[in-house]
Design a protein around this ligand. Sequence first.
Ligand SMILES: Cc1cc2nc3c(=O)[nH]c(=O)nc-3n(C[C@H](O)[C@H](O)[C@H](O)COP(=O)(O)OP(=O)(O)OC[C@H]3O[C@@H](n4cnc5c(N)ncnc54)[C@H](O)[C@@H]3O)c2cc1C
Length: 457
Amino acid sequence: MTATRAVVVGGGITGLTFASTLIDELASRGVEADVRLIESAPEAGGHARTLADGGWLVESGPNGFLDSEPEALSLVDQLGLTSRLIESSAAARRRFIVRKRQLLQVPSSPGSFLTSKSLSWRGKLRLLGEPWAPGPPKDVDETVFAFAERRIGREAADTFVDTVVSGISGGDSRALSLRSQFPVLHEWEEAHGSLVKAAFARRKKSGGRTRLLTFDRGLGVLTSALAERLGPRVIAGVAVGGIEREGREWRVSLSNGTSLSAERVVFATPSHITGRVLGSTDGALAAALASIPYAGLAVIAMGFRAEDVPRSLDGYGYLVPRSEQFATLGVLWESSIFPGRAPSGRALLRVVLGGVSRPDVPALDEEAIAALARSELKAVMGLSAEPERQWIFRWPKAIAQYTVGHSERVEAISTALAAHPGLGVCGTAYDGVSFTSAVASARRSARQLADRLSGRS
Ligand SMILES: Cc1cc2nc3c(=O)[nH]c(=O)nc-3n(C[C@H](O)[C@H](O)[C@H](O)COP(=O)(O)OP(=O)(O)OC[C@H]3O[C@@H](n4cnc5c(N)ncnc54)[C@H](O)[C@@H]3O)c2cc1C
């Protein structure tokens, strides 16, 4: 019997997890499959790669993941990596925001909230009224900002929610859909009528806080382990340029002039790339894929001598509200978050810049990015010393933006895909932008495909 050939396009965490899970799931069903993963970069990993450089450990994209998604922990366990997990430091629970160029600690308890300078008394009183806030409008894809303003008032929505949204996704809370971007908050409101009540109920049920995790040698441990496990099934340094139907199979054209035939092709690439590759296969599908907007980011990691940093790095770092009009979205005090990120006597900071408010930043040259980051670090932290080392990563279309209407766009993609048997997509363009959502999406899709290939459903 010839094994079913499946080609996975894209070797970020999504594609790697998909390919690895598919192999396991098929093996457990006694089905033979020949899986290949095509990755355009010289090495797999996508955003999630860790650079080890002379005692520094530098992340190019995500620096950790939350343990709230069981799929991620189960993948780590299957790969035998659980003992290499490390948790963020207790200090990293302290987070700051910038207000008028000063760092203010984000209140983490009701007591500290009342004494915090981050909100006026009026803003605090409005926030305290959250349990009595009006319910959601009917049949409206509400924006994240409208939801937050309705529940906790305009001041807290602007100060915290808009800032967090732009810090973690590079996006605009006034454009993003609550149901698509933060479905949990929507569900909490539906179930409990109040976020405060829902948070109490959740804490009682789960009995603890969510942990931020990575590995002793960075997040790249996971992507490297997956790539190693897949071994020669990973074909790196070659891009998929297009696909064409040939009878029951797909002919996948590669940038090195060769091609592969496969019964199944699964795209684990960002949707704008998937759309481009599928341009000549199905124009409507390609347009639907391209309709999901992305925000670009630039990341600059800087290594300083500890004595050159004029304040204690006693926290996770800080986020910058858009009202400050900086190109910086946030600064992570990496060496305070996880151990082993910097040599002794040194401090590692990562500045994340760009997002939808500054789409020009990822296209700037490296000197201009460094100059922006340094002048804004000086303005907020008074840090004017030259870094000893610096690393720059540019991600022109980094994070999918689930703007209002996102669920209809995803629906249109599913409908168009249904006309192409054997073709599939998964990843962070569709149902969750985080690292753990990527893992969950890949594992779900791989199980569904394994079921189909083994004729179960
Ligand atoms: C700067 C930054 C910081 C982040 N921080 C966090 C964080 O702290 N926590 C968190 O949960 N999430 C974070 N994220 C989001 C997280 O990185 C992503 O959710 C996740 O890594 C996406 O993985 P992916 O595999 O879906 O996509 P990608 O990592 O983009 O992988 C796609 C892969 O496809 C390849 N490819 C592209 N075109 C082709 C082609 N034509 N043929 C073959 N291969 C191709 C690319 O080279 C790439 O390797 C961050 C993202 C960025 C950019």
